[in-house]
Design a protein around this ligand. Structure first.
Ligand code: CAA
Length: 418
């Protein structure tokens, strides 16, 4: 019984039926904060330079053809090659394995800038960096790093991450794809769908069930090469948004995958997928942040120029308030995204932080892009003003790498166990 209850008993004479409340805080012992405890909200010069390089690239290389690529569902091949040359395809991988040796915050800054203009290109960057390269770098063997990670991180080729199946989306433990242990190889059979980079990738990280009895502990992750006999790629999906990226179904029929292509110990595949996705969600959160910020920037420029009732629409409070709300929510999303990246770089547990960042940033992206179309009025509804594309692109950030509902499951479990 706590103090309040005993006080109540004294005054009423009745025992309280309320649940017990425990206050975790004792008396605070106030200490002078030292310098290391001060929070810094300023980027370093290096971070600013990386951000500027990505911003310039987005304006000079992505903006010119972005509407046409979206319209024709054209993969940004030339642009991805150049991003590889800049070191943006394996940003967090050490130089030893072909990467740029940068931190997660740098990666987030690049994702944000690219996504302001072209979310189709940025999802290719995100999957390659945080699902494929980061997964191989963290859990792969030296053989796998030499053979697969090095060309992936240097941008020579791209990779794909294959977890989703027709009957295993959010319910990711229900893998139907099988990898039967045949001694020195696995025999892989099954179907994967919604695979980003599905057509253009060279290497695929494929989750498959080896021992059904063990449930998720019987799942393995295998590295599959494009062109392995029995591996077929389906047609490109005709999507609402991120239309420049290639999403397709993959079919595996008796594909022989060498044992040395399994990542980690036998049965590590599901944990591998979850750990890797936790970092991936920071990348998609940064993509969503970029989409929101892009929608805001296009809207601000438009609102300063467009005249109505004798003055720029930005000078009407109805529009100024929309811009104020957009700027505020975007800044809140930015704080969550940068914090999750910073926590990852500090070696802290970032599962909850990455889910919070993805949930909030993707909801912000959808809302901000819709507001941007509204600010643009009829012009927002046609392609040349960019915001209708951002609105279509925003939607997927609430779905892939864990829907908003899945993020709430992860956050809910985390806050309740804390
Ligand atoms: N790190 C390490 N282990 C983790 C983990 C994490 N972040 N999250 C879960 N696990 C472990 C659990 O500890 C558990 O292991 P033990 O039994 O040994 O404790 C095991 O994984 C199973 O976890 P749960 O019991 O929590 O599993 P669940 O069935 O309740 O599902 C879930 C949890 C969060 C819903 C999970 O299935 C999930 O994340 N689903 C969404 C999948 C997803 O994000 N798909 C995206 C596809 S990839 C993509 O979209 C890429 C692209 O193209 C852009």
């Amino acid at each position: 019984m706590d103090m309040l209850d005993s006080e109540q008993q004294k005054t009423t004479g009745h025992k309280s039926t309320r649940p017990e409340t425990k206050f975790p805080l004792g008396r605070l012992s106030l200490q002078q904060p030292n310098k290391t405890s001060i929070m810094h909200f300023q980027l370093t010069e290096e971070h600013e330079m990386i951000r500027q390089a990505a911003r310039d690239f987005a304006r000079e290389e992505l903006l010119p053809g972005v509407i046409e690529r979206d319209d024709k569902q054209e993969f940004p091949r030339a642009q991805i090659k150049k991003l590889g040359e800049l070191g943006f395809m394996g940003m967090m991988v050490s130089e030893k394995w072909g990467g740029a040796g940068m931190d997660t915050l740098s990666y987030v800054l690049v994702m944000e800038e690219l996504s302001k203009i072209d979310a189709s290109a940025s999802v290719v960057v995100s999957v390659n960096n945080s699902l494929v390269c980061y997964g191989l770098d963290s859990y792969g063997s030296d053989y796998q790093k030499e053979k697969y990670l090095t060309p992936l991180a240097s941008g020579e080729c791209i990779g794909a991450f294959c977890l989703s199946e027709p009957e295993a989306g959010s319910d990711a433990t229900s893998q139907r794809t099988t990898a039967v242990d045949m001694g020195d190889y696995y025999l892989l059979n099954g179907t994967k769908n919604w695979i980003t980079n599905g057509i253009n990738a060279t290497y695929y990280l494929v989750m498959a069930q080896t021992d059904v009895e063990k449930g998720h502990k019987g799942i393995n992750c295998l590295i599959v090469e494009s062109g392995m006999p029995g591996f077929e790629k389906g047609a490109k999906e005709n999507k609402m948004g991120i239309r420049g990226s290639d999403t397709c179904t993959l079919q595996f029929t008796d594909v022989k995958v060498p044992k040395e292509n399994r990542i980690g110990e036998d049965g590590f595949g599901f944990k591998f997928a979850m750990k890797t996705l936790s970092g991936g969600r920071i990348g998609i959160a940064a993509q969503a942040l970029g989409i929101a910020a892009g929608a805001y920037e296009f809207s601000k420029e438009y609102a300063k120029q467009r005249q109505a009732f004798g003055k720029p629409i930005a000078n009407h409070q109805a529009i100024a308030f929309k811009l104020a709300d957009m700027a505020t929510r975007i800044e809140a999303a930015r704080m969550l995204v940068y914090k999750a990246a910073w926590m990852k770089d500090q070696g802290m547990n970032y599962d909850q932080a990455s889910s919070m960042a993805k949930l909030f940033a993707s909801e912000t992206a959808m809302w901000a892009a819709t507001e941007a179309v509204q600010i643009h009025g009829g012009y927002g509804y046609v392609k040349e003003y960019h915001v209708e594309r951002l609105m279509r692109d925003a939607k997927i950030t609430q779905i892939y790498e864990g829907t908003s509902e899945v993020q709430r499951i992860v956050i809910g479990r985390s806050v309740l166990q804390g």
